[in-house]
Ligand binder design. Structure first.
Ligand code: HEC
Length: 515
């Protein structure tokens, strides 16, 4: 819990400099009535439910006097009288361009790969031990959307069911199981993955084959889902980094997330409108004072184009805050196993993209709250994602990937990886401009870098000695680049040493899409 001083404390330390003017930390009302930004919703109900298409929704509710009237604790199941069951169809989406691949074994087909004998006293767990191997080398061609030979290898159930030639595995009979035979190159005509494939799938090594084999011999069982309650710890008082900022498209309001709080500013009057409160956190007795939005650090914020919805992403949950009128109820279930680290709303307001710590990207239909698309893999945590103005493109900053992933969005909503762009260390926040270029805050290069759609570096704004965290194009003509940086390190954050700054730079090419 935070001290009362911090409760009333504000903005970027020590002062938020917006367009050259200070926003003072006084909690004063703007001339205009404050927007009542309300909330709703939903979280992953339990770690076990992840990715399996079913989730309990959460009570949604709204704000009055800048307060959320009610909401629900995401660590517990929602009350059933207000809960309704939302079924989500999960579609594993794979780039269709990636799937054209050679399937014929070459004449000089390889020798069988030895299968290592794995000795272990514990059971092989499908999700933990086997799935990652299949994900890397098989799933691109054997998933729900693209199932070569009508074989899906995503779950034990799918594997036992098998494809055109029948079950891919028979429990306790690894040596006669098709999956193992194909993957260890013991079949002349089905060598998996196909040699010279275009999805970077490699042959399984003897240890991997050994694990898969042992899993089959132990019965080819599904993972036990263990529901572990989250053990919450209080946030340290010193931990106040701003990891997320969002502007309403009309330029009227800015939201910034500091630790587990969301501050709303009215930009024309440069006043703090207030902080968003999830009353559930007060009612539960966890917090004595209003002003707390989540229990954990908020990593991502995004406004809808009409400014009516604000999405905030924290540990395993996304909350949607909205104005009281036009209430609709839905929840996004099973958003992520860990933290939801990035959010973006498409320019037409129809889709929400979420990115998480596991590097997974999901597209949600905002009207229904249903999962529309899901991409399994990227290099490390997703730190930022943005739709282009015409919603034909999604750009993703992958923290560990040292580049941007550039997806084309097809007419049916499918995402095809067009390529990976540029090279920069730890890309963090990004924004797009009208020429299709991307501004990237590079955390480890202490610079804001503009990268063309071909991956060339076009401009660089250095902030020596400061970590570049986020950037957004705003202002009247959207030619003002707001660059958020912090003089800090992870270690210094723990020692209460951090000072954030927003540099304001006029640029030539205006911003595009939903900021
Ligand atoms: C690049 C795409 C691709 C990848 C990657 C791939 N496969 Fe296949 N797989 C195919 C195609 C195409 C077929 C059908 C061709 C054939 O029958 O020869 C197939 C057929 C199979 C079959 C036969 C299914 C049946 O019922 O006839 C098995 C088993 C199989 N794959 C297992 C695997 C495993 C295990 C991996 C990973 C180690 C893998 N595949 C990776 C494309 C792929």
């Amino acid at each position: 819990m935070r001290s009362s001083e911090q409760q009333s404390g504000v903005c970027v330390s020590p002062r938020l400099n917006v367009a050259g003017a200070d926003v003072s930390p006084r909690e004063k009302m703007p001339h205009q009535r404050p927007r009542k930004l309300p909330v709703v919703v939903f979280a992953s109900p339990s770690p076990g439910g992840e990715g399996r298409g079913e989730g309990e929704p959460y009570l949604n509710s709204y704000f009055q006097n800048r307060r959320l009237i009610s909401s629900t604790r995401h660590s517990e199941p929602p009350p059933s009288k207000i809960g309704f069951l939302l079924r989500l169809t999960l579609i594993l989406l794979v780039n269709s361009n990636l799937i054209r691949a050679e399937t014929k074994a070459p004449d000089n087909h390889s020798k069988p790969i030895p299968i290592a004998k794995i000795k272990r006293s514990t059971a092989v767990d499908f999700e933990r031990d086997v799935l990652p191997i299949l994900k890397k080398n098989c799933l691109a061609c054997h998933n729900k959307t693209t199932a070569k030979a009508r074989l899906i290898l995503e779950t034990p159930e799918d594997i036992l069911k098998g494809g055109d030639s029948g079950p891919a595995a028979t429990p306790r009979q690894s040596r006669s199981s098709l999956l193992l035979k194909a993957a260890s190159h013991r079949l002349e005509d089905t060598i998996m993955p196909p040699p010279a494939n275009k999805v970077q799938a490699s042959d399984l090594n003897p240890e991997e084959l050994g694990l898969v084999s042992l899993w089959i011999d132990q019965g080819a069982k599904a993972s036990l889902t263990v529901v572990r309650p989250i053990e919450w710890q209080p946030l340290p008082d010193a931990l106040n980094p701003i990891y997320a900022v969002a502007l309403t498209p009309d330029g009227q309001f800015a939201a910034c997330a500091r630790a587990n709080q969301i501050f709303l500013y009215h930009l024309p009057s440069r006043q703090l409108v207030g902080r968003l409160t999830d009353p559930q956190l007060i009612n539960s007795g966890l917090y004595a004072r209003p002003g707390v939005a989540h229990r954990s650090i908020i990593h991502a914020l995004a406004f809808s184009p009409d400014g009516n919805l604000l999405a905030s992403g924290a540990h395993r949950e996304v909350k949607i805050w909205r104005r009281p009128q036009d209430l609709r109820k839905y929840s996004l279930a099973s958003v992520a196993r860990k933290a939801v680290t990035a959010l973006a709303v498409s320019s037409d307001g129809k889709s929400l993209a979420t990115g998480d710590d596991d590097g997974r990207i999901q597209i949600w239909n905002l009207a229904t709250g249903r999962l529309a698309r899901r991409l399994p893999g990227c290099h490390g945590a997703v730190h930022s994602l943005k739709f282009s103005a015409d919603n034909s493109r999604l750009v993703v900053a992958e923290m560990d990937g040292a580049c941007l992933a550039d997806y084309d969005i097809a007419a049916d909503g499918g995402l095809n990886l067009r390529g990976r762009l540029g090279s920069m260390k730890s890309p963090d926040g990004i924004c797009l401009d009208r020429e299709g270029a991307t501004w990237v805050a590079s955390f480890e290069e202490d610079a804001f870098i503009r990268v063309s759609r071909d991956g060339d570096e076009l401009h660089r704004i250095d902030v020596p000695g400061r970590r570049a965290i986020a950037c957004v194009l705003g202002g009247e003509e959207r030619r003002t680049l707001f660059c958020l940086s912090a003089a800090t390190s992870h270690e210094e954050l723990r020692q209460r040493k951090s000072s954030a700054r927003i540099d304001v730079v006029e640029v030539e090419v205006a911003g595009a899409g939903n900021p």
